[in-house]
Every structure is written in C-alpha cells, then in structure tokens.
Design a protein around this ligand. Structure first.
Ligand code: AMP
Length: 120
C-alpha cells in the first residue's frame, strides 16, 4: 500500500484541506509553493493514465471546490499530475498537485531533454 493509501485509511495523519466520500485534499509535506495541496481519489488508482473519465470528471469538480476554498480560483494556480517513471512520479496513487499563492516560475522545463529524435 502507498503512503496515500495509509492516509486515506487514517493510519498516518495529514494536514487536511477538504474531504468528501470519494476524494481527499491535504497539504504536501514538502511544499514547492506557498500553497501546495495534493488531491487524491479514495479509490485505488495508480495514475492518470489508468483513471477513467468518470473519475476525472468528478475529481475536476472537487478540485474546483479546493481552489475556491483556498481563494486560488481568483488568483490562479497550477495543476500537475506526474504519470509514470519519466515524470518522476514517486507515489503510485493518482494525485494532482495544486500549486499557488504566488507568481509561479516555470523552471522545470529547462531541465528537460528537449531532443525529441527518440520519439519522432
Ligand atoms: P509525486 O512525485 O508526484 O509522486 O509527488 C508525491 C508528493 O507526495 C511529493 O510532493 C511529496 O512531498 C508528497 N508526500 C509524500 N508523503 C507525504 C505525506 N505523508 N504527506 C503529505 N505529502 C506527502
């Protein structure tokens, strides 16, 4: 079981932001922005690629609620989901990172290997 599975079961604590029957939002333990919230489904889904459209649709509405609660719906936010090995996904339970609370930089693209010859 992943660390997020344990959080859902209440086996380890989290700094909760919002919860309903299907989803949970809590503060990231290692924030990369003034506001850094993780949003997860309670259902065990490994990542975005294995999520179905119904789940993502319902999760979208929950994410909107989290943004409103934090006031980020007005100021703006970035939503990221790491999917699989190359993305650096560490926790194999679907999660969206919601980042905001300041003007965000876009530095990680500078780290990427932009040589696309292996793909096309
Ligand atoms: P990712 O690399 O997309 O899989 O991101 C996993 C995120 O989970 C990282 O930003 C971690 O800081 C965060 N994280 C790991 N364990 C915990 C925890 N117990 N409570 C809150 N956030 C966590």
């Amino acid at each position: 079981m992943t660390v997020f599975g344990k959080i859902i079961r209440g086996e380890i604590p989290c700094n909760k932001v919002l919860e309903n029957d299907d989803f949970l939002a809590f503060h990231d333990i290692n924030p990369k922005a003034p506001v850094h919230i993780l949003i997860i489904p309670k259902k065990e889904v490994q990542n975005f690629q294995s999520a179905d459209a119904k789940l993502i649709g319902e999760m979208t509405l929950f994410i909107h609620e989290v943004a409103k609660l934090m006031g980020l719906d007005k100021s703006g936010y970035r939503l990221i989901t790491n999917n699989g090995k190359d993305s650096g996904q560490e926790v194999m339970h679907l999660h969206f990172h919601m980042l905001g609370g300041s003007k965000l930089l876009w530095p990680h693209l500078a780290d990427a290997d932009t040589d696309t010859k292996n793909f096309f």
